[in-house]
Ligand binder design. Sequence first.
Ligand code: HQG
Length: 179
Amino acid sequence: MTHSDTKISKFLSLVLRHKPEAIGLDLDEKGWGALQELIEKAPMRLTRDDIFRVVRESDKQRFAISEDGLMIRANQGHSIEIDLGLEPVVPPDVLFHGTATRFLDAIRDNGLIRQNRQYVHLSPDRKTATKVGQRHGEPVILTVQAAVMHQAGHLFFVSDNGVWLTEKVPAAFIETPQE
Ligand code: HQG
């Protein structure tokens, strides 16, 4: 992805996940916004082709285009309250969470909390979790006992781009290294 496409991707993440009001974009309750309106209200010059290219080439498939090609939304990562329309699913035995070592003490005390986002994000494999953790500092991978958590009544969802989502992970279900 070129430097300018990364800028477009960051802009799309901002308005589709966190601050649609920054450009006065209307999102429906499922998080969809009209492409045409987005193009008109964007602060930079943006074409439909630019958006389709960024959606196609996004390493994590962050965005989705509606079947009729008129709407766009983020697949996950929202801080605004929207209904992704995901059905609860049975998780695998374990899932992973990449974080930074400086958060470990707080996570051991309080479990994983969703912070600004709608859900806690979990990864299906250690490699992805490592990349997520690196965004915050020295990475550390936590193992979440997802199947046991599910049996205890917690709901799990998986986004269209394969990120596992749950509302919170109590400390009892988390294995941290150096225990
Ligand atoms: C930490 C990216 C202290 C948590 C990624 C994380 C992901 C606690 C940070 C997606 C805590 C929140 C989400 C507690 C959790 N005390 N710290 N009790 N509980 N934390 O960015 O999971 O590239 O909101 O460990 O790939 O890092 O944007 O969440 O370090 O899928 O598409 O609080 O964002 O995707 O950070 O990342 P974030 P995340 P994109």
